[in-house]
Design a protein around this ligand. Sequence first.
Ligand code: ADP
Ligand code: ZN
Ligand code: ZN
Length: 655
Amino acid sequence: MARYVELAFNIPLNQTFTYLLPEETEVPEAGLIGCRAEASFGRKKLTGWIMAERDSLPEGLDSSKVKALTRLVDSQPLFDHDYGDFARWLAHFYLCSPGEALSAMLPGGRREKELPAMGIEDDPGIHAAVTLTADQDRAVGTITREKGPYFYLQGPTGSGKTEVFLQCAERVIDRGEGVIYLVPEIALTHQMVDSLRQRFKGSMALLHSHLTPSQRLKEWNRIRKGEARFVLGARSAVFAPLEKLGLIILDEEHEGSYKAGSTPRYHARQVAMYRCRKAGARLIMGSATPSLEAWHGMEEGAIVPVKLTERVGGGEFPRIRLVDMRKEKSLFSEELIREITRVTGEGNQVILFLNRRGFSYNYACHSCGYEMVCRNCSIPMTYHKNKGGMVCHYCGYKAPPPGACPDCGSLDAGWSGFGTEQVEEEMIRLFPQLKTVRLDRDSTGKKGAGKKVIEQFRKGEFHVLLGTQMVAKGLNFPKVKLVGIVLADTTLNMPDFRAPERTFALITQVSGRAGRYSAGGEVLIQTYRPEADALALAASYDQETFYRRERESRLMFAFPPANRIYRLVFRSRKEADAQRACEKAAAMMEHAGEKDLLGPSECPLAVVANNHRWHLIIRSDQFNQTHDRIAWCRDTIDLPSSVYMEIDVDPQSIM
Ligand code: ADP
Ligand code: ZN
Ligand code: ZN
């Protein structure tokens, strides 16, 4: 009797394909599901994953049309039936094909992007066994005792969250279950890996993007066989094939790198929640600055909050002061100049931050701090010099730039923007006697250059370290007594509804680290909008009020966590095609009953690698319906072959 298999390919067609299993095939003892197989597809030969076996053909498919597999690649499956269900869930949730889902989940399925070498070393990790503090002990107790299944360990840097995670992990492993410990890619330092290896010995597996495909496969099989029960890794380790999953730890939950940047654009938190629910396992998220979504989950009772308030080794939080730039004439306020002089005069060091990424043109009033926002979305509008006007990057709304400030009438308003290079120049002009070093993506072309700069700074070879987020690692050094944020507005005015949240987190994280080892630390924040909640409440360490107000303003404009958002991007070498496709999708979604569409409009990054990009953003409070409508749109829209459609569920960025 003929036997068939269903193959999933890594192509954007939302289905599996039926092939005949050649009679002479040696079927693995564990079955065919989860094995890779080669087959001809159109004129190409593709490798796919076997998702199902069958004894008969699906209805309507003629046996003369069915081709045979050319080769079975694996002699042992990479996953089992349950894992196939997991892939189907991922494909459903993130609106991709099952093959695209599997390619992100399995080793060697997806070509990994080249990432910078492992991060700069942090402070030494845990070595000897420690006695938990009362705070930590209570946290472990709550997490083991209560049902959960979702927990959030919130506590400032240095409050000993890691030790709580690890003690919970040890208990789970002692019960014979498995643990996945997720960290942002940048946090995976050699030191961290070494100290965890000492602790978990041979039962640890490491999954990260620098492994070769065969190394990954080897780790994968160790996990599948149950040899490794403690899996450490970045985002994609959330797919580790543990048979008896007991716990997932998601450290630094607020980090943007937990969201995948290509199809399927999954969020590790979402996937972890699904897995834990399915497996009856627990999820512990942790951070000093939870995402607003997670905070909302705690408020609603869906996530159990667990707090650490004290720093293990003591240490004071630095004083945070806002400097009102409306009264200043140069990039460096008088106050910042005074403090740099004082701190370096006392033989200590300074770190200057400027979070200048991508967009440089904010329209703002330098007299009153007014900032132009879109009337539909309340997102800061971006000045486009070449178009001579203001544009909203969410909905495409356009407006001429006001001649004078609409709020106070001042003529000292307009677009402004400067980057780290300009700050460096100014720094050298003001302080020729100080040794300043700049650290950002432009200054660290070579691998390891950043690490070297930080090392030199640690040794005291420079007075001032100036740069983008990359300098954050230097914040732990005892000689750093002053951290200056050169212009907080660059983060705050990003055309993104999460800009205030990110600004608040940035300041909280910066000050959390700055005071960790050094008493009498200072944080100075320069801004044109000192009254903005994200700044004022961060400076007064008032997290609760910030989250509460931020949620309210999100509610008002129907952004998450009140709603879900979806983003459809259409890209093509031909701009007219991208635009037309986007308009077509908008019409279809509207016709299907979707009410809250933003756009179609050009993406903020309108051209990437010669591809023109248009997008449509959908806000929805009816998740299932919107989801089905997008799936319907994707499956039925008639697109020219020049157009590629990307779907992003819960986008973290709309660039
Ligand atoms: P967090 O993850 O909250 O930022 P860490 O886990 O890095 O904090 O803890 C800060 C420091 O305190 C680390 O060096 C860690 O080794 C140490 N530490 C944590 N818990 C204890 C404890 N119970 N006793 C002694 N030292 C501890
Ligand atoms: Zn004004
Ligand atoms: Zn808008």
